[in-house]
Design a protein around this ligand. Structure first.
Ligand SMILES: [Zn+2]
Length: 202
């Protein structure tokens, strides 16, 4: 269901349906999920116990998160090979990417809250349980990716030191573009990108 169309029967009053579900679905048909979510949240302010609206809140939150995470694949690569075993890591981009991950995880957590509320009233609903599964696995996947990235960044100074081999000045791994290269002694050396490039020219 999370992949294809929406075919879950919603528990809603005719009034909730007319004023909130229908307009929200129209937005969703144009892939305008943030507007759809707004409409549903307004509806929940007026009808906090509406199970149909709770489900839609989680569903649209999931769709927003899903869209955002597919947009991340068009993000410039944070790690690029430069040839001869050298790797360029874009620290600023990595930090930005981590910020995006966090934003998406936040949206998924809100969707999950809504699903948990629904589960309390419908502990045996297969749709609700299945949908909670979708949200959880997406959240876990993003969490793993960002943990890996964070670990790489925070480990780097331990492995490669905090100073550029070229200019001997300090390196800021979470804001600068840094080149890593294996030195002869099976150690990793780190360079500011401009220092590495000017050395390569000489
Ligand atoms: Zn340098």
């Amino acid at each position: 269901m999370a992949e294809g169309g929406f075919d879950v029967p919603l528990k809603c009053s005719p009034e909730e349906y007319k004023h909130f579900v229908e307009p929200a679905m129209r937005e969703a048909q144009n892939s305008n999920f943030p507007s759809a979510l707004d409409i549903v949240e307004n509806g929940l302010n007026a009808h906090p116990a509406s199970e149909g609206l709770m489900f839609l809140k989680a569903y649209f939150g999931y769709k927003i998160a899903d869209t955002m995470s597919s947009e991340l694949s068009s993000f410039p690569k944070v790690i690029q090979p430069l040839g001869n075993g050298a790797l360029m890591v874009d620290g600023a981009m990595t930090s930005q990417l981590l910020g995006k991950f966090q934003e998406i995880v936040g949206i998924l957590s809100e969707a999950e809250e809504s699903i948990n509320e629904l589960l309390q009233v419908n502990p045996n609903s297969q749709e609700v349980v299945a949908f909670k599964g979708y949200i959880d696995s997406k959240k876990n996947q993003l969490g793993r990716e960002s943990e890996n990235m964070k670990a790489t960044i925070s480990n780097t100074p331990n492995i490669a030191g905090s100073f550029c081999v070229g200019c001997r000045k300090s390196i800021s791994y979470d804001t600068q573009k840094v080149v890593f290269r294996k030195s002869s002694a099976s150690q990793l050396e780190a360079w500011h990108l401009p220092c590495f490039q000017s050395k390569a020219k000489n």
